[in-house]
Design a protein around this ligand. Sequence first.
Ligand SMILES: Cc1cc2nc3c(=O)[nH]c(=O)nc-3n(C[C@H](O)[C@H](O)[C@H](O)COP(=O)(O)OP(=O)(O)OC[C@H]3O[C@@H](n4cnc5c(N)ncnc54)[C@H](O)[C@@H]3O)c2cc1C
Length: 243
Amino acid sequence: GAGDDGATDDPSYRIKGRKAWISHAGHADYYTTFARTSDDRGRGISCFIVPGDAPGLSFGAPEKKMGLHCDTVREVIYEDVPVDAARRIGDEGQGMPIALAALDAGRLGIAAAATGLAQSALDVAVAYAKEREQFGRAIASNQGLAFLIADLEAAVLGARAAYLFAARLKDAGRPYGKEAAVAKLLATDAAMRVTTDAIQVLGGAGYTQDFPVERYFREAKVTQIFEGTNQIQRLVISRHALG
Ligand SMILES: Cc1cc2nc3c(=O)[nH]c(=O)nc-3n(C[C@H](O)[C@H](O)[C@H](O)COP(=O)(O)OP(=O)(O)OC[C@H]3O[C@@H](n4cnc5c(N)ncnc54)[C@H](O)[C@@H]3O)c2cc1C
């Protein structure tokens, strides 16, 4: 007896378990949930859309994070949450390929966001280097600092090229998993480096909250961690490379 929203009084599944580190937990209308439906290892996982107001769904305390203060991250707790078969995405047992495909696309998004973050930090550093004077001239006129800016430009351009290359493959409907992992690795490492060095360009001012670079630096760190850590990206890339 499915209702208008696809839910029934006779749920086909009851989901039990917990998942840490869920962004927007407690705010989201729906939770994409991967749950084990058989013991068949990688082929025993299925994907579901669980409504945020489902009975038995609750949330842990918000994590006290270094950055991303606009976003709540909490554990999601499932206590025998009833889910109708109409809310299953794909066939039973297809959850793993669905999760891996979602990660490929997610990594592309993180790579693009990390590139933008790095570009913002670079823009602040360039503007400051041209304006700030020490010993009677702009700090940018010191080759030691100008070459640092050159390296940051190269890091941002490289990151941008890597994610656009992967995105074009995706748009063309071609495989892009390896390229998305490479883009995520390069762009997020670039973001960490550029935001770190942008603070250096600003000197003491960079270490204060008067300028945005200390926040960019804190935001950059998580991009090396979520959507698969950069160690895991190397695992993905090496498997593609070595078969
Ligand atoms: C702010 C934030 C938001 C998040 N949002 C979400 C979300 O919405 N949904 C979601 O599902 N998850 C989310 N996550 C979880 C995130 O994807 C994980 O934190 C991340 O994948 C790392 O897993 P872990 O924290 O368990 O680290 P661990 O797996 O414990 O790793 C610890 C260290 O060991 C290394 N390591 C582990 N295994 C290997 C290996 N095989 N080879 C080499 N090194 C290894 C890791 O690279 C890392 O350096 C979020 C995390 C954060 C911090």
